[in-house]
Design a protein around this ligand. Structure first.
Ligand SMILES: NC(=O)c1ccc[n+]([C@@H]2O[C@H](COP(=O)([O-])OP(=O)(O)OC[C@H]3O[C@@H](n4cnc5c(N)ncnc54)[C@H](O)[C@@H]3O)[C@@H](O)[C@H]2O)c1
Length: 260
């Protein structure tokens, strides 16, 4: 409290968010939630084409660090973390909200997924989180929180999720191993598993509308989620209120994962 005013719970925290494509992006929900609770933001766009959509959103959230990051282009991720080091000197929160698989590999069954497509999906959607964690760790000098976005199709077969099922399973396992390795530094790592949301990435899945309908029908809470539900879940997990939680898989799906 300062002069009777409560401090926002993330005031002074530095949060770096990867994966904003537009205002529907889960990463944008995370960035908005962190900012609304007082954090300073860093945000990236994929390339020049995406910049026109992402830069105005980053500006509206007063992001103090921005730049292009394609995790498949050597040096771009490192350049973003160089900015963090020189401007902020430290980091508290990291969000990986990135996924990609080549369309022809994503839209066929797993049996038909090419080796190249599998490797690309795994590199961009999973290994890039490990690379980020490696770069973020020395900057999280006062501990921190890292998040990666998964999906229910990691653990159960969801028709049409195809190659992304094994990729998200690897991402969830990576979160657990990173939580184990980073626990001694008070860095906590969680996989977040949102229910289906209408985003650009989701539009690449065949019959996505069926997934949405089923999710709303199955969820005990009876409705679909929105990006702010995911954002505020991450925000809570980044606060000291959740300081003894790490390595969890957190469903933000209205309880749909409970129902057979
Ligand atoms: N939408 C859903 O239903 C849903 C549900 C559960 C989990 N997720 C996961 O949430 C995350 C965010 O997806 P979203 O639904 O917000 O869609 P989105 O399209 O808004 O976000 C995906 C992001 O990945 C980025 N990306 C792709 N390739 C990249 C690369 N090479 N380098 C850097 N960035 C790259 C895109 O630029 C985009 O910003 C993904 O991991 C997705 O699998 C989505």
């Amino acid at each position: 409290m300062d002069g009777g005013q409560p401090h926002p719970v993330l005031a002074g925290k530095k949060a770096l968010v990867f994966g904003i494509a537009n205002e529907d992006s889960i990463a944008y929900g995370c960035a908005k939630a962190f900012r609304s609770l007082g954090a300073d933001l860093g945000a990236s766009w994929l390339n020049e084409k995406a910049r026109a959509f992402v830069e105005p959103l980053a500006q509206a959230l007063e992001a103090s660090i921005t730049g292009a990051v394609d995790v498949a282009v050597p040096g771009q991720l490192e350049a973003m973390f160089d900015q963090v080091r020189s401007r902020w000197g430290r980091l508290d929160i990291l969000v990986h909200s990135i996924a990609f698989a080549p369309k022809e590999d994503l839209q066929g069954g797993l049996l038909d997924c090419s080796a190249e497509g599998f490797a690309k999906a795994m590199d961009i959607s999973c290994h890039s989180f490990i690379r980020m964690a490696k770069l973020a760790t020395p900057l999280m000098t006062e501990g921190g929180a890292m998040f990666a976005m998964s999906y229910y199709g990691a653990n159960r077969v969801v028709p049409n999720y195809n190659v992304m099922g094994p990729v998200k399973a690897a991402l969830e396992a990576a979160c657990r191993y990173l939580a184990y390795e980073l626990g001694p530094r008070e860095i906590r790592v969680h996989a977040i598993s949102p229910g289906p949301l209408r985003t650009r990435a989701a539009s690449g899945l065949k019959h996505f509308e069926l997934m949405l309908n089923e999710a709303a029908h199955k969820a005990p809470l009876g409705e679909l989620i929105d990006i702010m539900d995911v954002g505020f879940t991450c925000a809570y997990l980044a606060t000291p209120f959740a300081k003894r939680m790490t390595g969890e898989l957190i469903y933000v799906d209205g309880g749909a994962n409970l129902v057979a």
